[in-house]
Design a protein around this ligand. Structure first.
Ligand SMILES: [Zn+2]
Length: 400
């Protein structure tokens, strides 16, 4: 059904709101905007009824760090790749996402930014694109992980100012704060409304703190490609992980696929940072939503070969992970089942917290009057039954 312009009344479901769960609640949507969330039925002439079938009615999931899915990577630099990634993630509950790049040349990055601009107006049946997250290339070589070493370098103002001048779509940039030039880089980003995020870093506490004070207020995939406690001669130093814990106002994002971080670490992070400071991310590569086997991380022609098995992407020697194949429904499920958090806390970390971090909470992140009608309907196992983006149903599970 074409629901874009109509009035829609979602009935017969448990509505997840910022205040808790409204049993047997109602959500009214007009022209893509939520106009009412209520515990009693409002008569609305001409409304199309969407029956939630006794399931949960939740704000749509927001993935602030995702590289691909459905066999495509954003760095394939084709409009088709962008649209297919948006579609596959919408099937799993993502209604808004930030396409994420890998380290590459300035030309590659600019090509991705151009493709993003081309794809945006054509994206009518997938998760909405909210802006680009550039991951790299200004990283610590020692913490590069699956990022291609040939592109890793220190921040270069000539380069980054040029890249930023080419696009209004960059919303976040992940970099290592201890590098030469990383502090002026963060200040420049902040002045342009771009969020600096500390990533692939070997920083010790003092460097993280200086970075934080200059704009690095988010930690990219906490624990992955990031320093922990180190010893230099007899003395111990707190690394980036401990620093993210010590600095109360530091936000963190975690790959909650249940593999990158085991249950005790998920519990530890939740215990220290709480649901208001943690964003769940997929960090998914092209293998998300695809069968296991060989794959490629990054651009199909120039990227690194990886293996997908055991629900994760691995480097060919199987000694480290190379991105995830998670989808957002799995992140929510993992936090409930492995970390023991409540459904409402898990949803908050997948909706409102990432919206606040990325400064889009005025229109995304909760089922609140006046916000975009980004809504997912799922059962108690977080199986997605329907996904709505700005009032349009972009996915409906087949009836079984
Ligand atoms: Zn990533």
């Amino acid at each position: 059904m074409d629901t874009k312009q109509s009035l829609i009344k979602i009935v017969n479901g448990h509505v997840i709101t910022p205040d808790g769960i409204t049993r047997n609640g109602f959500v009214l949507v007009r022209e893509g905007i939520i106009i009412s969330v209520s515990d009693h039925e409002l008569e609305m002439e001409g409304a199309v009824i969407l029956d939630a079938g006794g399931k949960y009615i939740s704000p749509g999931f927001i993935d602030i760090h995702v590289h691909g899915g459905g066999g495509y990577d954003f760095m394939d630099n084709t409009v088709e790749a962008f649209l297919e990634i948006a579609k596959i993630h919408a099937r799993y509950g993502t209604t808004a996402l930030f396409p994420t790049t890998l380290t590459g040349s300035a030309e590659d990055i600019i090509k991705t930014l151009r493709t993003y601009d081309e794809a945006c107006p054509l994206n009518e049946s997938g998760s909405e694109f909210m802006g680009v997250h550039l991951e790299g290339p200004y990283f610590s070589m020692n913490q590069r992980g699956a990022q291609d070493p040939q592109w890793i370098r220190d921040p270069d103002p000539v380069e980054y100012e040029y890249i930023i001048s080419q696009s209004d779509s960059i919303k976040r940039w992940s970099a290592a704060p201890e590098l030469k030039g990383a502090i002026p880089f963060a200040r420049y980003l902040t002045s342009k409304g771009i969020l600096p995020s500390l990533a692939h870093t070997d920083a010790i506490y003092e460097e993280v703190l200086e970075g934080f004070e200059n704009g690095y207020t988010l930690a990219t995939h906490l624990y992955s490609a990031m320093s922990g406690v180190t010893r230099r001669n007899a003395y111990r130093f707190a690394g980036a992980v401990e620093s993210a814990f010590i600095i109360d106002d530091m936000d963190v994002e975690i790959i909650a696929d249940g593999i990158h971080l085991p249950a005790p670490l998920l519990k530890l992070i939740f215990k220290i940072k709480g649901p208001g400071k943690i964003a769940l991310i997929t960090d998914a590569m092209r293998g998300a939503g695809m069968p296991p086997g060989e794959s490629v991380i990054g651009n199909l022609q120039t990227g690194l070969k990886v293996i997908i098995e055991d629900g994760v992407s691995k480097m060919p020697d199987r000694k480290s992970f190379a991105g995830s194949v998670a989808t957002t429904d799995r992140l929510v499920r993992t936090m409930i089942q492995m970390a023991g958090v409540s459904l409402t806390d898990a949803i908050r970390m997948m909706t409102m917290t990432p919206a606040v971090i990325m400064k889009i909470a005025d229109r995304k992140g909760s089922l609140t009057k006046g916000k975009d009608a980004d809504i997912v309907i799922f059962d108690e196992y977080i199986n997605i039954h329907a996904t709505m983006v700005k009032g349009k149903i972009v996915y409906r599970a087949p009836v079984r």
